[in-house]
Write a protein that binds this ligand. Structure first.
Ligand code: BGP
Length: 459
């Protein structure tokens, strides 16, 4: 075997409540931003397929866990739905939800699959959004209480907790680029949402520490390495600012407990800083994580801007750089994302050299493909492109580990084809194919391949 991974390496996949559970308005669950947005603007979702019945995991999790076992999972990440557990956001706990999550975690553990649990994966309870969402500090407190409730209810069986999944995405989608509700375009409000998210994270970490549970707490960040077009100082400056805005804005507070001074200076210079209190800094210091989940899909290539900024346009990250389309780059055309396998190694090297080599794992990596049925052979999807995609990423991951990176596992996005934010079921990511009509699950070739890799702990 050419690529052997460390003992007890985590092989698994990731998903989230809103994208897989279905039963979005059943058994006491209250609507989230997604349920609300779909009701009011269904045209914003691919083929007008909404979040109500996503992948029926709520009803079929027992059978699905058997499939996980079959494809070699020893760990699996999903999220708890805040709006299911505490329908009002900060009121009573929904006992039906407690029973569901207890049954789910028990079933995973009994089948030798370690549950990794996220507390917030883009699914703001609509009641909380009506209060202003992350712009309102009351929502920070409500989240911290929700987190504490989860730790108390499930902390003896869940050992790996993640406060947020990709906290920058609701900031980008909801407050800068119009791909999540509430479709605001306003940098200062975006910065406030980002900052408050990290305060909410830190408060949750504090609760976790106070409870003295036997486990670890972390955060999942989508780290997107910023590559400059060239070594020209103007391109380097552009890449550095992109890195500050899109990576270090969350990575530094999560791992070092404070924001990079250069980022603070930049936002101050453009009058975009959120309101901060001296107590916030103390809180953030206490929010340092035990473990970091790294989601990696694509790199960000940038160059110095070609044209002057329109001073009447809204202030945006793109005031500092233009996206750069590198000739010869490899693309996944279905998602419009570049595939650059070495990025995974660059991220791990950066964490090793500049972030104390804290324990981390690849919490998402994957490839969404449209129209996968054209690869059906004898009733099974022969997704060689996905096998290739995973294998190449794992090679670079392995190189990182062999050079000392503290990477403990690899989770694929995703287990069963699931519903995606506004793309609905357009692109399929799963190791397991989902027939939308019948809800039948069929393991793809990549799932069989992954089972072997997991069994052999390498390839
Ligand atoms: C990540 C999210 C996932 C997932 C994935 C694929 O950003 O954490 O929830 O959806 O990306 O992206 P998409 O579904 O937008 O194609």
């Amino acid at each position: 075997m050419q690529y052997r991974f460390p003992d007890n390496f985590w092989w698994g996949s990731a998903s989230s409540a809103a994208q897989t559970e279905g039963a979005a308005l059943r058994d006491g669950k209250a609507p989230t931003n997604w349920d609300h947005w779909f009701k009011t603007q269904p045209n914003r979702f691919f083929n007008q397929v909404g979040p109500e019945d996503t992948s029926t995991f709520y009803d079929r999790f027992r059978d699905d866990i058997q499939l996980m076992k079959k494809i070699g999972h020893n760990s699996f990440r999903t999220s708890i739905s805040w709006a299911r557990l505490i329908p009002d956001g900060n009121g009573e706990v929904n006992q039906t939800a407690v029973d569901f999550y207890n049954a789910l975690f028990d079933e995973l553990v009994e089948n030798g699959i370690e549950p990794f649990i996220t507390l917030f994966h883009f699914d703001m309870p609509f009641s909380m959004q009506e209060k202003g969402g992350w712009e309102n500090r009351e929502v920070i407190d409500a989240f911290a209480q929700y987190a504490e409730t989860c730790f108390k209810l499930f902390g003896h069986k869940v050992k790996y907790w993640f406060t947020f999944n990709e906290p920058i995405v609701p900031v980008e989608g909801g407050y800068l680029y119009d791909f999540h509700y509430p479709n605001v375009v306003d940098f200062r409000r975006a910065a406030t949402v980002a900052y408050h998210t990290m305060l909410a994270h830190a408060k949750a970490v504090k609760h976790y520490r106070d409870l003295n549970l036997d486990g670890q707490i972390g955060i999942v960040l989508n780290l997107t390495p910023s590559y400059p077009r060239s070594q020209n100082p103007a391109d380097l400056k552009a890449a550095n600012i992109a890195d500050l805005l899109f990576n270090r804005s969350f990575l530094d507070p999560a791992v070092k407990g404070e924001y990079p001074q250069a980022l603070v200076d930049l936002l101050r210079q453009h009058d975009q800083l959120p309101d901060c209190t001296p107590e916030d800094a103390v809180l953030l210091q206490g929010g340092k994580v035990d473990i970091l989940g790294v989601n990696y899909y694509m790199p960000r290539r940038v160059k110095a801007r070609e044209n002057a900024v329109n001073p009447d346009s809204p202030f945006m990250p793109e005031w500092f750089f233009d996206p750069y389309e590198m000739p010869g780059r490899k693309m996944n055309p279905h998602r419009g994302w570049e595939i650059y396998e070495k990025g995974i190694y660059d991220i791990l090297t950066n964490l090793k050299d500049n972030y104390g080599n804290l324990p981390c794992y690849i919490s998402e990596n994957g490839m969404g493909v449209e129209g996968e049925n054209r690869f059906l052979e004898d009733g099974q999807i022969n997704d060689q492109y996905r096998i290739e995609f995973v294998r190449e990423h794992l090679r670079w991951l392995h190189k990182g580990i062999s050079e000392g990176a503290n990477c403990l596992g690899y989770h694929m996005w995703t287990f069963i084809d699931n519903w995606s934010w506004s793309n609905a079921y357009k692109n399929r990511y799963g190791f397991v194919q989902l027939d939308l009509e019948t809800q039948t699950r069929t393991i793809k070739k990549s799932g069989e391949w992954y089972a072997e890799v997991s069994k052999n702990n390498g390839f």
